[in-house]
Structure formats: C-alpha cells, structure tokens
Write a protein that binds this ligand. Structure first.
Ligand code: IMP
Ligand code: MG
Length: 183
C-alpha cells in the first residue's frame, strides 16, 4: 500500500483490504448465529455503506433482505440550520428485525436520527452494524452492536468513505496525513 493524493491532500495507508475482508467475514458469522431464528432486513445507509453492505451480505448466508436509505442534508437560510430527510424507506418495517449498516459512526448524529425515525415504524428489533466507529467523537449515546474497527478521531478515506465525493472506490482504508482535512 502506498500513500495517495486526492484533491491535494495526502492519505496514508491505514487498514488493508484483506484485513477489512477478514473482519467483515467475522461479523457475518456472528450475525448468522445471532439471527439464526430471525430473518433480518438489512438497511444500508447510502452512500458510504455500499461496499461494506455488499461484502457483508456476500458472507451472510442466512435468509435476509436488503434495502438502502439515504439522508438528504441541506443548509437552509433559516437559523434552524440543517434539515435531514430520509429517502428510500419504502419497506413495511412493522414487526421487522432491522440491522442498520453504516460505514462509520462519528458524532453519532446521523445514526441517532435514523433510530428515532425507524422507531415510528414499529419494527420488532433494531441493531446497528458499522464498519468503523470513532468512540471519542461520539456526541450521542448510540450503541453499535457490530463494529468492524474502533478508530481514533482521524479523517479516513476509502472503502465507501469519501473526501469531497472522491475515494469511495478505494479498496483499502487510508488516513489523512495531516490532522485536519480542512487545514
Ligand atoms: P456522524 O457524525 O456519526 O453523523 O457521521 C456522519 C457521516 O459523516 C458518516 O456517515 C460519514 O459519511 C461521514 N464521516 C464521518 N467521519 C468520516 C471520515 O473520517 N471520513 C469520511 N467520512 C466521514
Ligand atoms: Mg455515511
């Protein structure tokens, strides 16, 4: 693995593809045991979770369904700030066993909002799987049931994670060389 440069920022190798695959396989095996008597409905959060979802589901051999949701976020002109609307929720979630698939949980705000929204659909159970978790960045008390890797508060790139839209297709995960991506 080599350093890469995207939009003038240098990213250094952090998690190699084979290590990511190995961890995803372990999570799939654990989930199969946990859901042996239940049929999960996986709910991937776009855009970032697309590779994690694909690799996890290829390894999950139980009966299941997968769907994807996406948050639209825009900054309004009013002081109320950010408005997020959830798109793509066209399944009947009532009585379902949902497993949310996230690329990364940082502040936990996105996950918190998703969990609140899902509750109104009266699912039977909701669990969360995230490839990455930044425990020190959490601002909300959200629990991640299946976590690939706990990481420090660094800016990461690749395997679904982007920097200004680029880098999602990288098979390894990289870390920003400098401390702050906006520096
Ligand atoms: P939250 O702060 O937990 O709500 O995370 C929101 C979103 O920020 C994640 O789903 C990612 O799309 C993005 N994000 C958080 N940390 C990183 C990172 O290190 N690299 C790239 N995207 C990130
Ligand atoms: Mg995301």
């Amino acid at each position: 693995m080599q350093e890469i440069i995207i939009l003038n920022k240098t990213f250094v190798p952090f998690l190699e593809h084979s290590l990511i695959q190995q961890r995803i396989e372990e999570i799939a095996v654990q989930m199969q045991k946990d859901y042996a008597t239940r049929e999960p409905l996986f709910l991937g959060v776009l855009n970032g979770s697309f590779l994690f979802a694909a690799d996890l589901l290829k390894n999950y051999q139980g009966t299941c369904r997968i769907s994807f949701v996406k948050f639209t976020s825009y900054h309004g002109t009013q002081s109320s700030g950010q408005v997020n609307t959830l798109l793509g929720l066209n399944e009947d979630l009532k009585g379902q066993h949902i497993i949310i698939l996230e690329d990364i949980v940082d502040s936990g705000l996105t996950l918190h909002q998703l969990l609140l929204t899902l509750q109104s659909y009266q699912p039977s159970s909701v669990q969360v799987a995230s490839l990455l978790l930044k425990p020190k960045a959490l601002k909300m008390a959200v629990s991640v049931d299946y976590c690939g890797f706990e990481v420090e508060n660094d800016f990461l790139l690749g395997f679904g994670l982007d920097y200004n839209g680029y880098g999602r297709n990288l098979k390894h995960i990289y870390k920003l060389k400098t401390k702050n991506v906006y520096a």
